[in-house]
Every structure is written in structure tokens, then in C-alpha cells.
Design a protein around this ligand. Sequence first.
Ligand code: BG6
Length: 490
Amino acid sequence: MIHPNSEIQEFDITIIGSTGNLSITKILPALLKRYVDGQIPENSRVFCLARQKLNDSEFINLLKKNTPKNTGGSSSLIKKFLSKIKYYCIDITNPNKENLLSFQKCLNDDNKIRLFYFATAPELFGSSANFIKSNNFVNKKTRIIVEKPIGNNLPSAIKINTILNKYFKEAQIYRIDHYLGKETVQNLMAMRFANQIFETHWNNNSISNIQITVSEEIGIEGRETYYDTYGAIKDMVQNHILQLVCLVAMEPPSKLDADLVRNEKLKILQSMQNIERLEDFSIGQYGSEIKINGAKINSYLKDSKNHLSTTESFAAFKININNWRWKGVPFFVRTGKKLRKRVSEIVVTFKPVKHFIFDQSIEKQIKPNQLIIRLQPNEGLKLLLMSKEPGPGGIRIAPSFLNLSFSDTFKKRIPDAYERLLMDVVRGNQTLFISKDEVEAAWNWIDPIVKLIKENNFKPEIYKPGSWGPKSSNELIEKNGFKWYEPVLD
Ligand code: BG6
């Protein structure tokens, strides 16, 4: 049963670059799942464009071979969805006239929502926009969807935004950061703004530090050309990590409105103190070929096929936010590949109690309260509290956890980020998409760091695959008087 609020209007979506990884493993499976759940109206259609010479059934076979298997839904429903897909062999920079004409004939309803997903390299965003505009594919309900990376520094991001804005209004452009589509990331807003108990303590009076960890077990898996020019700072920090910082740190908007939310996030990006010292961050690269559980793990140099690469596969930062609420509360963030475990967590550590009334001998057992927000896997919340250990013989205090698992509590499948985000585009809701100003403000903070690394010839420190990153990341946090929260490996 779909909640009436989730109903959406019928739409056509065209995926440009439809044979690529993003389309095959994320966009099309997400559409399929929404269809299987009964959310996509029957008259909606999916047009897939790419350069490869394929017919519809060859494209469907490619999709079946590479798509994740856990879609759910009966085979007849899946078949029905697949029958909605039409493939067109079209090179958007030089389209074959006949194929273009038959695609053109399909886009005949001016009142239907018309989405174009640019699932291409950013170098092709301009050509994609031009293709749509010059062939008159834009109707009054056209929206375009683009993915990161939006540039690889501020000037290139401005260039991409300028091209997109030349053809489309900002209200038609949906810039995806898939972390914003993750259920628990959205839950951050619910947790902060639908509960009084957290928000009253959500500031430098009560909080001592905030940590964000996004660690991955995977390496660069066939993306060596892209990854080696980007690295962890541009691939993960510039977008996903900074978006998490924004959601944790932003002021409450007066209502859940796209512009209001995005403006509050923008203010955080603009309040982040520039990193000017090498001591305020750590970069690493996974090293020596070792065996984990009998399997050989390559070093980054081997994976990247660039034996001289100094690209970082790990980055950690101490971020200061210079505003009234957060002055004096460091945000420690870290992300990396080939780490111990795939886990994303936000850990909010509160200040110690103001006055200790119990026996001095147990003071050392007291830990500050911690709120642990698990974004993935096993999404949930944990609150570390101090309690009396049961039993006679005086008061002994011990840590205990209030534990909330979202899947146990709500007994629902947690949808993939793309499912939610794609339906939001159809609804015309930009709240979970990044504005042009946010993209540019994020690069404005990242660019000086990249410059600092280059000017100082600062090399990443080698770390062991399967560890939590380089030693310098521990030193970064320890010299500030804290320790990384070690995620529980469940
Ligand atoms: C992508 C990065 O944006 O996010 C990848 O380009 C990274 O390098 C991925 O692996 C992580 O996403 P998730 O959803 O698996 O945490």
C-alpha cells in the first residue's frame, strides 16, 4: 500500500549514457523497485540512449546481466517494467538522423513530466543540454538530473553550472548527492527537528566534538582513471562528507522547504574555517599487498595502475565551524577505501557532567554521553548513557546503550537512495538536491586544501588495507584530546 502522499504523476525519463555503470546498477534498478512497489503510474516510460549499437532486447539482456538481483516483485511485474524500456542508439554529439527521429516521435506529450538524466561524464553535460535544447525536447515540465563530480575545482564547477544555467532554470536542475537520499541521512533532520531533547543540547554548551566516519572496504574497482585524478578529498569529502556536516550543523529552517534548507546548508559551508595548516588534516594511501582471510589485497599503486601515484585513498580533517552555535566544537571527519569495514557513522560526544556527586573512586568509570547515528549498514541510533550497575554494595556506574534499529522498529525495507531521489524529481521537490551555490561553496573550501598539498609536496601516508587508516589520522584527533570512536562491527 502506498501512502496517498507518495502518489506521483506519470512521467517519461530519458537516460543519456544508459549503458554506463550508474544507469545499469543504480538508476534502472531504482526505477524497477519503485514500479514493483506500485508507485510508478502505468503510462510512464523509460528511454535509454547510448552510443552502443544495441536493440531493445540486447539492452535488456545487458541490464539483466549486471543489475543487482534483490529487486523483489513477481516475474510478471518485472517483465512489465522491462517492456517500458526503449533503447535508442544515439550519440548525442552526432546523432544518427533516423534514430533521432524515432526517439523524437516518442516525446509527443507536452503536458507530461519529462526527465532527462545525464548519466555521463561531466564533460558531456554541455553537449547533453545542447542536444535536448536544440532538438526541442524541452516541454514545460522538463527537469534534468546531473551527478557528481560537478567539476574538479571551483572554476570548472562554475563552468558546468554556467552551461547548465544557460539552457535551464535553476528550478529545473537536480544535482544528485546520493547520500542525501539515504534514509538515515534524512532521518538526521527528523531526529534534530522533530525532537525537543536533542535540539536544546545541539550546540557548544553541551557538545564537545562531532565525528563523521564514512569508511569503505572496497577499493577503486575499475574506476582507476577517474579515481586517480580525484582521490578521496574530491570524490567523497567535497560532496558526501560536507553534506553530512551541513545536515548535522545547520540551523533549523523555518519549514521544510527546498530553498530554506539549502540556504541553511550553504551558511554552514560558508562558515567553515579554511584549512591552512598541514596539521589539521591527514591523507593516506592503502599500501603493501597483503592477504586478508586468504585473499590477496592489492596496494593502491597496483589498483590504480599508476606506480607513481600520490593520490590519497583516505582523508581526515578537523573542521571548525565559525558561528555562534559551533564555535569551539571540532568536527572530525574521515573517509577512505580498503578500510576495516564498510560503515558510516556520525558520533556526537557530549560534555562531561558538570559536577560529580558519586564516590571519587568511580569517577574514572564515567564516560560522556554519546549519540551514535549509524547511516549504514544496520541503520539506527544508539545513545550511550551512564547507569547504575545492578546489585547491592553501593553504587557502581557503568555505560549502557539505548538502542534503536530502524529495520526492527519499522519493519520495512530501507529503500535505496536513488529510489527516493528519482521520485522527488518527479514530484518537483528539490530539498534533497544540491544547489549551485552549495557546489561552489564546497569547492571554495576544498581548493585551498588541494593547493596546500601541492605546494608542500605533501604525500599520503601509507596505511594497511583492513586498518582504520594511517597513523597520522589518529594523531590528528589525539592531539586535540579525543579519540576516534571505533565502530562496532555488527
Ligand atoms: C561515490 C564515490 O559517490 O560514493 C565512490 O564516487 C564511493 O567512490 C561511493 O564508493 C560510496 O557510496 P555508498 O552509498 O556505497 O556509501
